[in-house]
Every structure is written in C-alpha cells, then in structure tokens.
Design a protein around this ligand. Structure first.
Ligand code: ATP
Ligand code: MG
Length: 227
C-alpha cells in the first residue's frame, strides 16, 4: 500500500531528526504544484554523511514521522531503508522503490537545494537521474534558482540543456537526453531546521509551532535531544 495505488509518487528522503513543519510544507506545496497523488517520507536508517551524536534512533524518527503525517491522506511513511544492507544510499533506495511501483507510475525524488548541491558526490550519481525525476526545491536561507540547479547538473550530465521556465518565471524544468527531467520549485518559505530544533531542546527551550503538537509531545514524553 505504501508504493502501490499511486500514479505520480513523490519520495522525500532525509534524517528527519526530528521531522518539522518545513518538511511537511515542502511536501504539501510540491505535491500540489506537480499533481503528485502521494508523497512517501523515507527516513535514512544509516545516513552516509551524518555522524549522528545527537541522532535519535530510527524507531523514534519513524514514530515521529507517523504522528506528523496523520490527517493528510496523501502522505505516507516508509521504513524501507532500515531493511536495506549498508549505508542508506539514495540510488539503492530508488531502485528498490522503482521495483515496487505499479506499471506506469512515475517516481519523483524531492530534495532541498542544500542537499542537492552535493549530488555529484552521491553513490552511483548518474543512476539517480535515470531512476527518478528529481524535484529540487528552495531551502529557505540559501540562494538557489533554476540556473543554479542547471550548474550543478552540467558538471554531471554534460552541457547546459534548454531550460523551460514555468509560469512563475522562477521554477521550471531541465532535460538531458537519456535522463529523466529535473524540476526546480521555488516556493518553500519556512526557515526551520532540525539542527536548530535540537539546539533549542538541549537548552530546554520550546519548539512549539515549529513541529506538529503530536511530535512535540512525543519528544517531551521520551526526553529526546535533551542532552
Ligand atoms: P538537519 O539540520 O539535521 O540537517 P534538516 O532540517 O536539514 O535537518 P533533513 O532531514 O536533513 O532536515 O532534510 C530532509 C529534506 O528536507 C532535505 O531535502 C532538506 O533540504 C529538506 N528540508 C529541510 N528543512 C526544510 C525547510 N525548512 N524547508 C524546505 N525543505 C526543507
Ligand atoms: Mg539537513
């Protein structure tokens, strides 16, 4: 049920340590903008690039995500990466997900520009753009645009292709022969980060109105991120 029964499925990876309203708003806006009928949040079991001194257990992060998506029918959570061997590489995950989709379902991978700008160093980098249509979105606090996405990709996929701007003139699509189209979405206005949340929690400060209430209550009940 997580991956079947959808025609346009978005996947959003991350550590979600913890999930916050910035993640949820990004998924909400992009699913609306691109007509996705489902977005699956996929917490990394063993993030290759994050050492994890203050990393809550996979089980806690998964539970918080399940609380966070409650009430939004389009959203799902998957524990798939916990069952895959080795580090949680996006290419391996996309391959596993692609094998589970209904015939004809289109797969989109949602990623903020802060993560995306390092994509050239990701495991099996070229395969990523064959397995899914990337949707890169603005990360508040960090400058980006359709052409900055194109610059990152030109180093990987070859010379700049034609850019197709959307109605707003800020977002749009880039296409390289042999690879799936890459979209840029310029919305996303909530400047919230999990790092900032963890810093507040260590100090005993409130995170109310930055995360869903159910997530805040779970963090408090389990004394997460307090030391
Ligand atoms: P940390 O500070 O621990 O890195 P984070 O807030 O960046 O946490 P991640 O789990 O690293 O959250 O991010 C998962 C995905 O969500 C990434 O693609 C990231 O760009 C995106 N994202 C995170 N915060 C926001 C936000 N406020 N608005 C839009 N996208 C976001
Ligand atoms: Mg991050």
């Amino acid at each position: 049920m997580t991956f079947t029964g959808a025609r346009r499925l978005g996947l959003m990876g991350g550590t979600f340590n913890p999930v916050h309203l910035g993640h949820l708003r990004a998924a909400e806006e992009i699913s609306e903008h691109l007509g996705l009928d489902r977005v699956v949040f996929m917490p990394a079991a063993r993030a290759p690039h994050k050492p994890g001194l203050d990393l809550a257990s996979f089980g806690h992060r998964l539970t918080m995500l399940n609380f966070a998506v409650r009430g939004q029918d389009r959203f799902r959570v998957s524990d798939l990466e916990d069952g895959l061997p080795g580090p949680s590489y996006t290419a391996n995950t996309l391959e596993e997900v692609a094998a589970r989709l209904d015939e004809g379902c289109r797969l989109f991978f949602l990623v903020g520009f802060d993560s995306f700008r390092t994509v050239g160093q990701w495991h099996r980098c070229l395969d990523l753009f064959r397995l899914a249509s990337f949707v890169v979105f603005r990360r508040p606090g960090l400058g980006s645009g359709l052409s900055s996405v194109g610059e990152v990709l030109a180093r990987i996929l070859g010379p700049f292709p034609d850019m197709e701007a959307d109605g707003s003139g800020q977002g749009g699509t880039l296409s390289w022969a042999g690879f799936q189209p890459v979209h840029y979405y310029p919305g996303c206005r909530l400047e919230i980060s999990s790092t900032d949340l963890r810093n507040r929690l260590v100090l005993g400060d409130s995170v109310r109105y930055l995360v869903p209430d159910s997530v805040r209550e779970y963090i408090e009940a389990n004394s997460l991120y307090h030391s």
